[in-house]
Ligand binder design. Structure first.
Ligand SMILES: [Zn+2]
Length: 343
């Protein structure tokens, strides 16, 4: 709903120059985020979000760097400390999930352009040890689609999961509806479509290896944590939230010799209680500079937590996504509703 409004506003507000939107909103520090870039379809990702092609990604970069100065951790730290309005609008670019396209496609292009970025890693998936449960769901659906939803397989799903009908929609809903807690069910469903996740990980290597991550860190990119295995934090008990946060952040810091700490919440930080953020700021270890959410252009009451803009919205270019976000921000501002509230 909110996404649809932003898309429409991106079209309606298309005539307003970006620089004016930045001044009207006072939002001079931008946090765009992506996952990966690929010119070929990625079956593990396809059903989860829309991947940018290299051409559209570079068009996004042209637009973004035309309006925002790419900056690194130093500028982010200064901003966090309340340095105020930067001399030029700036952006801190980030990528979630630690996919191999970062090493093959994204990083070389960013290096060429001199753009700093942070890559957030799920530590359980480094070296292709395991696969994010949503990517498993995507692979199952991709296999079904590829074979045009065979009747016999749909009927197997119907019997096994007591579905009302052996229809495509029923099976799609079932597969996409599997939550983190029930993720083991996806391993069972994979058997019904003759899919082997271990073989997929071994052959396709969808994730970065530790050697590649080390090299990215040596090249000057920032490495952050994105939890151990990508749960929805609001579904976890608080001790599990701390475990996912501390364990993944400590591991990337130790493994890659980092002196800073960056963490992006998997999915969203919505529903994470204020007490969690209070505890993080009180803790000295692991070191933490900033954490990130995915709520779009919004102000956050937590001074080290920054809301980012999802950039993989259909095939909509960065220029329109940002116009949508900024125009939406202006309208919400009239209602005084641009600040995140947590309880
Ligand atoms: Zn993620």
């Amino acid at each position: 709903m909110q996404r649809g409004i932003k898309v429409l506003l991106g079209i309606a507000g298309g005539w307003i120059p970006q620089s004016i939107l930045i001044n009207l909103t006072g939002q001079h520090f931008l946090f765009p985020f992506y996952h990966t870039v690929s010119n070929t379809p990625l079956p593990h990702v396809n059903q989860v979000y829309r991947v940018r092609s290299f051409a559209s990604f570079t068009r996004d970069l042209d637009f973004l760097t035309g309006h925002f100065q790419p900056v690194g951790l130093e500028e982010l730290r200064a901003f966090r400390k309340g340095a105020g309005k930067p001399s030029k609008p700036c952006m801190f670019l980030t990528f979630d999930d630690g996919l191999s396209g970062i090493y093959d496609i994204v990083a070389p292009e960013l290096l060429k352009r001199g753009i700093p970025a942070a890559f957030f890693i799920n530590t359980d998936f480094i070296d292709n040890q395991d696969l994010f449960f949503r990517y498993k769901a995507s692979l199952i659906l991709d296999r079904l689609e590829h074979n045009n939803y065979p009747r016999a397989v749909l009927e197997n799903f119907q019997r096994r999961y007591h579905l009302m009908r052996a229809g495509r929609i029923n099976v799609r809903e079932l597969v996409l509806g599997v939550t983190y807690r029930r993720r083991a069910e996806l391993d069972e469903m994979a058997k019904l479509v003759d899919l082997d996740f271990t073989a997929f990980l071994k052959v396709k290597k969808p994730y970065l290896s530790s050697t590649q991550i080390s090299e990215l860190a040596r090249s000057g990119f920032y490495i952050g944590a994105h939890s151990r295995d990508h749960p929805l934090f609001s579904d976890l008990a608080q001790d599990e939230q701390f475990f996912q946060y501390r364990d993944s952040l400590t591991l990337v810091q130790q493994e890659f010799g980092l002196t800073y700490g960056l963490f992006s919440f998997p999915f969203t930080d919505e529903g994470v209680p204020p007490s969690f953020f209070t505890a993080l700021s009180a803790e000295g270890t692991p070191p933490m500079d900033a954490t990130f959410g995915t709520a779009g252009l919004k102000e956050d009451p937590v001074d080290f937590h920054f809301q980012r803009i999802p950039m993989e919205v259909k095939k909509i270019p960065a220029s329109r996504i940002l116009k949508g976000e900024y125009t939406y921000y202006l309208l919400k501002g009239l209602l005084g509703r641009n600040k995140i509230t947590r309880e």
